[in-house]
Structure formats: C-alpha cells, structure tokens
Design a protein around this ligand. Sequence first.
Ligand code: ADP
Length: 586
Amino acid sequence: MNRVPWRHSLVTRLLATSVLIAVAAIAATAWLATRTATRAITQEQGRSLTDDKGVYDMLVAYAAGHPDWSGAPEPIRLRAAELGRRITLMTEDRQVIIDSGPGPSLRTARPSAVVDPLGLDLGLTGGTDRIDARAVGPYLLPAAERAALRSGARKTLNCLTELGVSGRIVDTPSGRPTIELTSTDTEGAMIRCGAGRDENPTATEQRALRTLGTMTAGCLGRRDGTTVVVTPQFRAYVLSAKQAADRRVAAIPAEQIADPATSARAGSCLEKSRRTQLQPYVAPPALLFVTDPDTGADRTTFTLTRENTIRIVTVTGAVLLATIVVTVLAGRRLVRPLRALAETAGGPEPAVVTGRDEIAHLARALNASARQRRAMVSDVAHELRTPLTNIRSWLEAAQDDLAPTDDQLVALLHEEAMLLQHLIEDLADLAAVDAGTLRVHPEPLPVRDLVDQVTDVHRGTAQTAGVRLEADVSGDPIVSADPVRLRQVIGNLVSNALRHTPPGGVVTVSAHDHTIEVRDTGAGISEENLPKVFDRFWRADESRGRATGGTGLGLAISRQLVEAHGGTISAASTLGRGSVFTVRLP
Ligand code: ADP
C-alpha cells in the first residue's frame, strides 16, 4: 500500500488545526490579560492622582494657617498610612522637612507639586487666584468684630426669611460671616433688607488693606504722593496726591476717580505686596513627593521587564510545544489503525478489529462488505454451475447414447438454457443497481392496466398449477412509475406466489391508491426467514427453489427497483396460510 504523502496526512491536518487553535487561544488570552492590566493600571493611576491632589489640598490648608511646618508631621503620617504611600516634604534646595517614613532617596525625584499657599498650582486647584483664600494673615477678624458682623448678618437673614427668601450664614476663612442665599430672584428682598450693608471693611481689615496699599505704592516706586487704595476684593486703585485729598474730603469712592489704566498696571505689584504681607503668616514653600514606599516611583507604571518577556515567551512556547507533541501522538494513534485497515483492505484476510470507536466500526463494515463480495462471487459461481452441469451431463449421456436425442432432451436443455438466461439477466440488473446505472423512467401509469397485463401473462401458468388468479382494483388509481420495471416487480411477486401455492389455492393481485398487494394462500414463510426473503440468493428451500426456476435474486431486485421509484416493499406471512407482499409507491 502506498504511504500517504505527509502533506495530505491526517496527522499534518490535525497538527495544523490544533496549532491554529493554540495560537488563537494564546493570542486571545494575552489580549485579554493586557486589556485587564491596562484598565487596572489606568484606574490605579487615576486613584493615585486623586490621592496626590488630596494630599496637596490638605498641606496647602495647613500651610495657609501656620507660619511653619512644625505641627504637620502627625497629620502627614496619618494620611500616608491611610493611603499606603510615602509623603515627603522638602525645601526647595532638597532638605527634608517632613518624611512620613523611610524609602528610596528622592534627591533627584520629580516632586508631585510645590506646596505654597501664596503660589498655588492652578493645574491642581483648578482656580484662578494664585493666593489661597485660607491664607488670611492680618485679615483675620478678632472675636469682637466677628460677633458684631454676625449679629448684623443674622438680622438681615431674619428679614430675608420673612420676605420668603431662604439662606444661611457662612464664615469666610478670615471669620467674616456672609449670607449664602439658597433661593433665586432675590434682588428686591436684598435691597429691602439692606443686605450688603455689612460689607464695609472692619477696622482690622481697613488697617491691613491700608498697609497693603502703602506696600503696593512702594512697589510702584512713585515718590510723588501717589496713594494706592485697595478694596476688600483686592482691587487696587491708584490715586494721585490731589485725587487722594479730594477723596478724603468728599468721601468719593476711589474707583470713581482713579485712572483705570494706571490702576490696571498696578495688578502685579498688588499681588507681590499681598504675598509679602502674608508671608510671615504662612509656612514656607515646600516640595511635595507622594511616592510608593518600596519603589519610590510616583506612579504605578506598567512596563514589560526582560524577565517578564522571557517568561511570556517561554510559557507560549511550552504551550505550543505541548500542543504539537500531544497532537502528533494522538494523530499517530488515530492513523495507525487506518493504515492497518488500508493494508488489509485489498487482501484476503479480514482486518483485525480492536476498540469500539468509529475506526473500528469502519473496519467491521469493510470486513462485512468484503465478506459479502466473496459470498456473492461464490454464490454466482454456484448458481451458474448447477444448470451448466445439468446441460453437460445430458449432452454427455446423449453422446454416449445413454439417453435418446429426442424432443424431451431438447425441452430439458431449453429449460436449463432459459434458467441460465434468467439468472444472467438478474445478475445484470443487480450489477446495474450496484453500479448506480439502473435508471427508472417514471410516467403516469394506470394501475388497473398494469394489473390486467400481469394477470393475463400469468393466467396460463396459474391454470397449469391449478391456482385461481384474481385481480381486485378499487377505483382508478394512477401512479408515477416506470411501466416496464413495475411490471417486472409485480410479475415477479405473482410468479413467486403461484410457485409457492398448491393447487386449489388463490393468488390475488389487489390495488388501491398507491398500494399494490400480491396475496396468496400458499405455504407461507416462517417468521425467522421473513427478513431474509429480500436477500440476494436466499431461498427457503434451495433445491426446490431452483427446480421451479427461481434464482434467489427476484425479490432482491424487486426491492431495488421499488426503492429506485422512491417506494417501499414489505412482506407479511403466516406459515401454512399464505403470504402478502405489499408495494407502496409515493
Ligand atoms: P426465487 O427466484 O427463488 O423465487 P426470490 O428472491 O423471488 O427468489 O424469493 C426468495 C425466496 O423467498 C424464495 O426462494 C422463497 O423461498 C421465498 N418466497 C418468495 N415468495 C414467496 C411466497 N409468495 N410464498 C412463500 N415463499 C416465498
């Protein structure tokens, strides 16, 4: 047997399939893993950014209210423990002020932020003012002023409440109470209650603002008596000496007489002065580091290290290798019995069958088919031999003058020749069936005509056998069938029935709709033999069957013909009573 080239081998195909599956599985898993890891890291980084911002806010708040960092270590330590991070504060020349815990050196690290309430990181606060509102310094109201403002605010709020406007009192960082309204459309009520009356600066605020004005004027560097007036909203108005005098006399608000252009230019000086003014009250600027206590990294980072890459490649390779080894082993196991089968298929010995899988089934089927083929050949040889032996022995007897060369001999020889022809025709039909070349040409066929033809043909035989042959067709059924082939089938059934029915019996051919029945009152067929009647060369009684001209192929051929029409043929019988053969056409 030729070996299958490896390209076409089942093992190769199996291998290709499983490697493909393995690669797809690995790729899908890797994709999923990176996706999940990336998402986790993004979340982690988002979280650490929020953490950083929280720490920054807390430290700015502390710095705004304290002149130095001496009280901060405890809150920083607590916050660090809570976040599981290391928080470090350094001066701008990298001297550690506070460190929540040990860890890698941060000398060259990039700070998360600079904590300076007078120079806020607007990217972190999201505000517009670089100076934190909580840095109040000299603007902090003493208790007395606060109480006075508070009682005023409460009165105003009561008045507003009566007018149906709701609100509440909120203190600014400097301790100034303000009314925060919770209703809308309140302008009328505000005017009626005189809200805003208390917005004038208190003595403390006036003092601080005046100092700020002087400082700003100094910053502007004008020696000509220029005065700078700063409002509680920290807007600066630059007044000339004359304007300042006018304002003092007539109490005109500075914003009405100041030169807008000059005032606008004073902005940066004002901010600088504000910073100078607040500086003694706030903690000095510090670099903030929020880091991982172990790695010192400021963010959780995701990089594929060399070891990780090697690990991934190794695992992938191992999975692929395992796939290949397992597939090749399994494939060879699978292919081995197939090879053995292919080798024995052509030979005389049946294949050895082990196991119960599909291959074992295939092997059994092949064995059975080989057995049938062998049986068929020997059956054919046997069937041909019998009539030929008869012919030969009669002819030899005639030659040797043992038998007379008369009409009787000729009739005997003729009969055997007919049997041979019959047999060969049947074999040709079977061969056509096996080769798939048996074609039927269906056409609309009146069943009544068909039954009449068949009974007419067999009338003579029936009379000789002393059997009554009857036809019983109800209605005028029409079937779609090949007339020659269907006649062959029904004729075969009738001739079988006549042959197996003793004199005095009845054979009835009946038909209704698409069903044709041939019923006899003959010998019948035993229950165990009934399934075999359609087998090739099967006869209940060999010698008798052959003697009456049967080939043992008639029913096998009939079944093939009916099935070629898309119909079915079945037999029912009671031993000693008779048989019924039923043909059903679609
Ligand atoms: P054969 O040419 O020998 O009749 P068939 O295939 O037509 O071959 O029939 C096979 C066998 O079935 C017959 O030899 C016979 O034993 C049995 N058989 C067929 N028809 C009948 C019947 N009507 N009554 C009893 N036995 C039958």
